[in-house]
Design a protein around this ligand. Structure first.
Ligand SMILES: Nc1ncnc2c1ncn2[C@@H]1O[C@H](COP(=O)(O)OP(=O)(O)OP(=O)(O)O)[C@@H](O)[C@H]1O
Length: 602
């Protein structure tokens, strides 16, 4: 490993500088830090926890889940109530607050997440507005508008925790949470969240349940807000509804966006700006909501990655070679276990329009079957039905005798259906290797717990994913691009990359939706070669394509569709002489030679 790669790995893989910074902050009392500044740093730790929860659901998963303040309030009040009932141990407070946060997260997340993103934003806003009302409703326990006071000295395993002890606990808990969150973010789960924010459809087709991922991100994101509530109560010694307002939510949102919403280490930066920034000056106080709003708009539009995004850009410039770490020398063998796919009597209508009327087709392993037909013939609808993105009205789809009909897309994907889309989805800052690894996610579970705790299973799965991704890249002759930013690739290579991603998942059937669109001659040749290699390795390939010469060159079987029906099927040399096909494509019965089809791109 060269010195540059070593530096790169250090900066990207090891959060050593961040750990060192936190340890230094935790040790500051030894150097005389006390009183006001100790309080301010503890407050930064508390806001860091809330911002990091927002990072997970809002920054990474792209959900407008804004109920953090309600969860923060629940943690804060439950620790105060426990204290008043004689439970003073801060760890007990953390445990109960975390459970309550998970329950509150589930109760507030599930209704909103079942609906659309905006519904979630509205529902979570509603919960924040509801907090003061709920506190008034349970006045006997919560103290109503007056709140609860005198919560002064927590204990730690029975030992009284002084102000310095509390400060150290706040910093250490925050660091531990950020480390766990970082482990989660680099795992399959974290990658899925990044894909989810770019495209829920792609997430499903890679085997991730969008609904489950959303709920998980929201619930896990609620946990640090619950912990923050406990710390807040013990820091201030008192809780009241005034601390949990919409103003607070907007300020925290601004801090999250400024620090970098999709960044683990942006949270402490945003929180520090929130606590120490100029808006804390008395003269600015009355304008703070306005200023946070302006912050949100300016930073959100000018630097979408926040300060962490800017830092990342500088780092990438100074330490190029992202994604090269972990490349294996000898790629593992790649197996493409193609199986027989049967589509029988499939029908689909959209509000009275019959997109598919009784489609039958069978594709054998080790073959390329192409589906061609004019615009609106129903080709993409058929792929969407097979891959579970649309339910069929009638008929069935089977893979190796196993019925797929009626299953959701992520379940279909997990049963072996890989697919690409007409328009490759841009995946932010993922490297080529990471994109290909994501094709493996449908094999086995997401493994969030083993990733967070870095159990041996996590390392095993990660190694297997990486080896298979490298093998798939070298299978396609793209291993040289492994470290590149996937978004920076030309269209042709991005289309090949989509195919390679599916190949890495060892699909039983591979559905390619117009992979040749927009490719030049060289790129077409490469795509054709890759498809033949997949077929020769045993793959079952289904290709929907408008480029007829390309189809006639690569396909073993051609199915021609028109108005939702298969009007002709057979080997290319048979189909190209079929009168109905010539009519359908050329629209002039019998007046053209069949060979005209060979130059046709519909
Ligand atoms: N979600 C939808 N809602 C309503 N109508 C739809 C929907 N999806 C497809 N259709 C209609 O179903 C018919 C078949 O569309 P489909 O996209 O499957 O055709 P296609 O053969 O893939 O066309 P193209 O080659 O242009 O992609 C079209 O008339 C289309 O307008």
């Amino acid at each position: 490993m060269s010195m540059r790669q070593r530096l790169s790995a250090l900066a990207l893989d090891t959060p050593a500088p961040a750990i060192a910074a936190f340890v230094l902050v935790a040790l500051l009392p030894l150097f005389g830090l006390a009183g006001y500044w100790q309080q301010q740093l503890a407050l930064i730790a508390i806001y860091t926890l809330i911002c990091s929860g927002l990072n997970l659901s809002f920054g990474y998963a792209g959900e407008l889940a804004l109920g953090q303040v309600a969860v923060f309030a629940s943690g804060s009040y439950i620790s105060a109530i426990l204290y008043q009932h004689g439970v003073t141990d801060i760890l007990a407070g953390f445990a109960v607050a975390a459970c309550l946060a998970a329950v509150t997260g589930l109760l507030t997340g599930i209704p909103g997440l079942r609906l659309s993103r905006w519904a979630l934003a509205l529902v979570s806003f509603f919960y924040v507005l509801l907090v003061p009302e709920l506190l008034k409703l349970f006045e006997s326990e919560t103290g109503g508008t007056a709140g609860l006071a005198g919560i002064l000295a927590p204990t730690f395993f029975g030992w009284p925790l002084g102000t310095t002890g509390f400060y150290v606990v706040a910093v250490v808990v925050t660091l531990l949470w950020l480390l766990l969150q970082r482990n989660l973010i680099v795992s399959r789960f974290g990658q899925f969240l990044r894909i989810l924010s770019a495209s829920p459809t792609l997430t499903e087709s890679l085997g991730g349940s969008v609904y489950r991922l959303r709920v998980q991100a929201y619930v896990i994101g609620a946990l640090p807000a619950g912990l923050a509530g406990v710390l807040y109560t013990y820091l201030t010694g008192f809780v009241s509804p005034e601390a949990f307002t919409l103003h607070m939510l907007i300020a925290l949102l601004a801090a999250t966006v400024v620090g970098g919403a999709a960044s683990v280490w942006g949270a402490p930066v945003g929180a520090a700006i929130l606590v120490l920034g100029p808006l804390q000056l008395k003269s600015f106080e009355e304008y703070s909501t306005l200023a946070y709003g302006v912050f949100l708009v300016v930073i959100g539009t000018a630097f979408s990655g926040g300060l962490a995004g800017l830092a990342r850009k500088f780092r990438d410039r100074a330490l190029p070679g992202r994604g090269s770490q972990g490349t294996v020398e000898r790629p593992a063998d790649l197996s493409i276990p193609g199986t027989r796919m049967v589509v029988a009597g499939v029908e689909k209508s959209f509000a009275g329009l019959r997109a598919l009327s009784g489609v039958d087709l069978t594709v054998e392993p080790g073959t390329i079957a192409a589906i061609i037909g004019p615009n609106g013939a129903g080709k993409t609808t058929l792929l969407n039905l097979v891959s579970g993105l649309l339910p069929a009205d009638a008929g069935r789809v089977e893979l190796a005798g196993r019925e797929l009909t009626g299953l959701r897309a992520h379940r279909v994907s997990r049963l072996g259906v890989g697919r690409t889309f007409q328009t490759p989805v841009g995946l932010g800052s993922m490297s080529v290797l990471e994109v290909v690894e994501s094709g493996r996610f449908r094999k086995g579970d997401i493994g969030a717990l083993s990733a967070v705790l870095r159990l041996p299973k996590y390392h095993r799965v990660r190694k297997a994913d990486r080896e298979a991704a490298v093998a798939a890249l070298s299978f396609a002759g793209l291993e040289h691009a492994a470290a590149q930013d996937a978004a920076s690739l030309p269209l042709g290579t991005r289309r090949l990359l989509e195919v390679v991603r599916s190949v890495a998942g060892e699909p039983s059937v591979l559905l390619l939706d117009e992979p040749a669109a927009g490719l030049d001659d060289n790129e077409l040749r490469e795509l054709g070669m890759l498809m033949r290699r997949i077929r020769d390795a045993g793959g079952t390939v289904v290709l929907v394509e408008h480029n007829v010469p390309f189809v006639m060159d690569v396909a073993d079987q051609v199915f021609v569709m028109e108005l939702g029906r298969v009007i002709a099927a057979g080997p290319p040399e048979v189909v190209r002489r079929d009168q109905r096909v010539i009519d359908s494509y050329l629209g002039r019965r019998g007046r053209r030679e069949p060979d005209d089809l060979d130059s046709r791109t519909t």
